[in-house]
Ligand binder design. Structure first.
Ligand code: CA
Length: 758
C-alpha cells in the first residue's frame, strides 16, 4: 500500500553519501544467481570476527569472492590521533571449503585497532570487520576488545527486566540525545546527549525540585520498557564533533555490533562506549525498566562502500532483475535476509547484543523486508537466553520479493513471539498519519470501527492473538500526537500554536491515550507523548536541530495533568490482567455495545484470568463527540447494577472517582470513562500510589497560577480577569491543592515559593 510505503520511507531516513549506481554490467544478469552460489559456501561457525584471549587473537572473515585478504593492525582508531601507527599487515589464509580467511596473532593485543584489506576483482579495499565488536572514532577501524574489561561494577548481577507476557510491556520510545539535551532537564551537562544521562538518578526540573526528570521520572511514570532509537554505530554523525548542531535519529547503520560513538564520553577509545552502554542498561534495570534496542538490519548507511559490499560484493543485498539495487526500504540498498550469511549475521548480531549487553528486547525497523525464516531463527536463538525477550517490528508490506516469505502483518502469526505495530488503530485514533490536517476519531470525526478493531488488537484483520500486536498512536516517525491534533483541529498556519496549551486538544489527547492503554496488545508511546510533546509540526525530524527534537521537560509543568492521566491509565492497565491478555480469551468474552451514538464506543470485559484477586467486569466507554455529552446504556450479560468510575474526563487511575447506580451513565464530550463493577472493586481493593499524580497536578496548577498572577496580571488589570489563564488553572485543578492554587492564586504561589522553587 502506498500509505505503508511512505511509512517505510519516513522510518528509514537516511542521508545518502554515495550515489546508488547499478553494479557493473557484467554482473547485472546474474547477481542473484552468483549470490545463490555463494550461499553454498555459507559458514556455520560462531567464531567470525576477532576472537580474543590474552595469549592470542584469531581473526576470521568470510569472503569466498576475495583473491587476497590481509589483516592490518594499528595503534589508534584513526591516523589523526597521537601515537597513530600501523603495527602490521599480514596475509590471511583461505579455507576454500567454507570461504573463510583467518590468521592468529600471538600475544596480548587487546585495544589494538584492525581492518582487513580485501581484494575482489583486482581491487583492494580496506574494510572494517562486519563482526567487529569495538571500533575507533567514526567506526573506521575495528578494535580487538577484552569484553570482560568493559563491564561496569556488579555487571554479573545485572538482571534483565522481562514481562511474563509481551503484551504486558508498556514501551516508551526515546532517542539518546533527546532524553537529556535540554539544559532545564536538570541532568548534568557533562552527560547531555550521552548514554550516561540514563545513569543519573534523582534529577529534577531546573528550578523545581519536585518535578522529576530523566530516570527518576521514568520510575514514577510506570512504563515498563524504553525503546531506544538506534545506538549501534551509525554513519551520519561525525563523532569528533558529537555535541554540535548535527543531529540524526541514526537509522543509517555502519557497524552493527559496535555502539554509536557520539553518545559516549570518548569516541576514540573503543572500550568506553561499550562500558557506557552497559552502564545505561544497568541503571535502567536497577530502576526496574527494560531496554529495547531499535535495530535496522534492512538497509545500511551506504551501498557501494559499505563494509558488507566491500567484503563480498553484492552478496548481502537485494537486486532487481535489471541489476539495480532493490529499494523497497526507500533507502536505496535493501539487504537480503534470505541470503544464508546475512541471515546468520542478523541472528548472530541480535544474539550478541542480547547476551553481551543484557538487552531486553528488539524492535525491527522495516521488519516487513525480512524473511519469516530469519525472524523465526532470531526468535529461537533468543529463546536460548530467555523466551521472554521482547521482539516486534514494523511489518509493513513494502513490496514483493521473489521467492521470499516476508515478515509482514499477514504473516506475523506464523512467527511466534514476534509482534507488529498496528497502524490501523494509530490512524483511526488521530487520522491519516501522513497528512497534517486529516482528523480521526478523537477529533470528532466519528467512526468507531477502527477503534473497535484496535481494541481487539487487529484480531479481526491480520493478528491471531493480541500477542501479535503493538498498539500505539505515535512514534518517532510523523508528527507527534499533540502536533497532529493541533494541525488537524487548529490548522497549520500559525506554528506558534503547536507549543500552546489548548484545553480541547488536551482532552483529545487524553481520549487517545485511553484508547491505546485500554486496548489489547502491547502498549507503546513516543517519549513525551504523555506531556504533549511537540516538534513544531515537523513530521520527519530525523536531521532537524537537537533543540527541536529534545524532550521539553518543562512540559511536565504545563501539561502535568495530562501526564498524570497517562500515569493513571498505566496503573489501570497493570491492575487488570484482561487488558494484557496475550490470548483471545478476553476478546472472545467481550461485549461491544450496540445501541450507542455513532461516535461512542463502549465495551465490557469479563475477567477470565484473575477474577479471584482482581476486578471482574470492566467497562470502557469513549465519547468522541466534541459538542455533546452522551448518555450510554450499558450492555452485556449478567450486567451488574452498581459501578465505580475509575477513569473520567479529568482523572485516571484505580481509585474510586464516583459511584454509579443502574445501567446508564453520562459520558462527557471528548472523553473516556472506565467503570468497574462495584462488588469486585471492593473485594479486590486495588491501590496505587497517587503521590506522583498529585505532584504533577499541583505543580501544573501552580505554574498556571503563576501565569495568572504574573503574565496575566496586566491583562487581568485591563480586562478585569484573564479568561485563558483562569481556564488553564481551572482545568488542571483536579486536586484539593489545584483548587486551592486557583482559588488562592497568588497566595498559594507566595506560600509555596520558598518550598518549591530552588
Ligand atoms: Ca558513528
Amino acid at each position: 500500500m502506498f500509505k505503508k510505503f511512505i511509512t517505510g520511507v519516513l522510518t528509514a531516513m537516511v542521508t545518502f553519501s554515495t550515489v546508488f549506481c547499478p553494479v557493473n554490467a557484467e554482473a547485472e544478469d546474474n547477481i542473484n544467481a552468483k549470490s545463490a552460489e555463494l550461499d553454498k559456501l555459507a559458514y556455520s561457525g560462531d567464531d567470525l570476527g576477532a576472537a580474543y584471549t590474552p595469549q592470542k587473537t584469531t581473526f576470521k572473515v568470510w569472503s569466498p569472492t576475495a583473491s587476497e585478504v590481509k589483516l592490518n593492525l594499528y595503534k589508534t582508531g584513526s591516523d589523526d590521533e597521537d601515537g597513530a601507527e600501523k603495527i602490521a599487515d599480514s596475509a590471511m589464509n583461505y579455507d576454500k571449503t567454507n570461504g573463510v580467511w583467518s590468521i592468529t596473532v600471538e600475544g596480548d593485543i587487546k585495544n589494538t585497532y584492525y581492518t582487513y584489506s580485501v581484494t575482489n576483482d583486482g581491487v583492494t579495499n580496506e574494510v572494517v570487520d562486519i563482526y567487529a565488536k569495538a571500533a575507533g572514532v567514526n567506526g573506521n577501524r575495528g578494535m580487538v576488545v577484552d569484553l570482560s574489561h568493559t563491564n561496569p561494577e556488579n555487571w554479573s548481577q545485572d538482571k534483565r527486566v522481562l514481562p511474563e507476557k509481551q503484551t504486558e510491556a508498556i514501551v516508551w520510545e526515546v532517542h539518546v540525545r533527546d532524553f537529556s539535551n535540554q539544559k532545564e532537564s536538570g541532568i548534568s551537562r557533562e552527560h547531555s546527549g550521552k548514554y550516561l544521562a540514563f545513569t543519573e538518578d534523582g534529577t529534577a526540573l531546573e528550578g523545581c525540585d519536585t518535578t522529576p526528570t530523566g530516570l527518576a521520572y521514568l520510575k514514577k511514570l510506570g512504563v515498563t520498557h524504553v525503546q531506544i532509537n538506534p545506538f549501534y554505530d551509525f554513519g551520519s554523525i561525525d563523532e569528533t564533533k558529537p555535541n554540535g548542531e548535527e543531529y540524526n535519529w541514526g537509522y543509517d547503520p555502519k557497524n552493527y555490533n559496535v555502539p554509536e560513538g557520539s553518545y559516549s564520553t570518548n569516541p576514540y577509545d573503543g572500550n568506553v562506549r561499550i562500558n557506557e552502554v552497559k552502564q545505561m542498561v544497568q541503571a535502567l534495570h536497577n530502576a526496574g525498566i527494560g531496554v529495547i534496542m531499535d535495530v535496522v538490519y534492512n538497509h545500511t548507511y551506504t551501498l557501494d562502500d559499505s563494509y558488507f559490499n566491500l567484503t563480498v560484493p553484492n552478496y548481502y543485498y537485494r537486486f532487481n532483475e535489471d541489476g539495480s539495487p532493490a529499494n523497497n526500504s526507500g533507502c536505496g540498498n535493501d539487504t537480503a535476509s534470505e541470503r544464508a550469511m546475512y541471515s546468520k549475521f542478523m541472528v548472530d548480531s541480535v544474539y550478541y547484543w542480547a547476551s553481551e549487553y543484557h538487552i531486553d528486547g528488539f524492535r525491527f525497523d522495516l521488519m516487513g523486508l525480512h524473511d519469516v525464516d530469519t525472524m523465526k531463527k532470531i526468535r529461537e536463538k533468543l529463546n536460548t537466553i530467555d523466551k521472554r525477550i521482547i521482539m516486534y517490528g514494523e511489518a509493513w508490506d513494502l513490496g514483493y520479493v521473489e521467492g521470499v516469505d516476508l515478515a509482514v502483518q499477514k504473516n506475523i502469526s506464523k512467527i511466534d513471539g514476534v509482534a507488529a505495530f498496528n497502524d490501523g488503530i494509530r490512524d483511526a485514533i488521530k487520522g491519516d498519519n501522513f497528512e497534517a490536517v486529516g482528523k480521526g476519531y478523537v477529533q470528532g470525526k466519528g467512526g468507531t470501527v477502527g477503534i473497535e478493531d484496535g481494541v481487539m488488537a487487529a484480531t479481526k484483520q491480520w493478528a491471531e492473538t493480541p500477542a501479535d500486536t503493538v498498539t500505539y498512536v505515535s512514534c518517532h516517525d510523523n508528527m507527534t500526537f499533540y502536533d497532529k491534533l493541533t494541525a488537524s483541529v487548529l490548522g497549520t498556519k500559525d506554528p506558534s500554536l503547536y507549543r500552546k496549551r489548548n484545553e480541547q486538544l488536551v482532552q483529545m489527547n487524553k481520549l487517545g491515550a485511553a484508547c491505546v492503554l485500554t486496548s489489547q496488545g502491547m502498549s507503546f508511546m513516543l517519549a513525551g507523548e504523555e506531556m504533549a510533546r511537540s516538534k513544531d509540526g515537523d513530521h520527519n525530524s530525523y536531521v532537524s536541530s537537537p533543540t527541536l527534537n529534545q524532550i521539553d521537560w518543562q512540559c511536565l509543568e504545563k501539561y502535568g495533568d495530562l501526564t498524570a492521566y497517562y500515569k493513571g491509565l498505566i496503573d489501570l492497565r497493570k491492575s487488570y490482567a484482561p487488558f494484557t491478555d496475550d490470548t483471545k480469551t478476553t476478546i472472545d468474552n467481550m461485549t461491544v455495545f450496540k445501541n450507542t451514538d455513532t461516535k461512542v464506543l463502549g465495551f465490557m470485559m469479563t475477567n477470565k484470568l484473575t477474577a479471584d484477586t482482581q476486578w471482574d467486569k470492566v467497562i470502557c466507554i469513549f465519547n468522541a463527540n466534541t459538542d455533546k455529552n452522551v448518555e450510554v446504556q450499558l450492555e452485556g450479560e449478567n450486567l451488574p447494577e452498581n459501578w465505580v468510575v475509575v477513569v473520567n474526563n479529568v482523572s485516571a487511575g484505580v481509585e474510586k472517582l464516583k459511584e454509579i447506580e443502574g445501567t446508564k451513565v453520562t459520558v462527557p464530550s471528548t472523553s473516556a470513562m472506565v467503570l468497574v463493577d462495584k462488588e469486585s472493586f471492593e473485594k479486590a481493593n486495588i491501590k496505587a500510589d497517587t503521590d506522583f499524580q498529585q505532584t504533577l497536578i499541583e505543580n501544573t496548577a501552580h505554574e498556571a497560577a503563576t501565569q495568572l498572577s504574573t503574565v496575566g496580571e496586566k491583562r487581568l488589570a485591563k480586562r478585569g480577569k484573564d479568561h485563558k489563564a483562569l481556564k488553564i488553572a481551572g482545568i488542571v485543578a483536579g486536586t484539593a491543592a489545584g483548587v486551592a492554587a486557583v482559588a488562592a492564586g497568588a497566595v498559594v504561589l507566595k506560600k509555596k515559593k520558598g518550598k518549591k522553587r530552588k
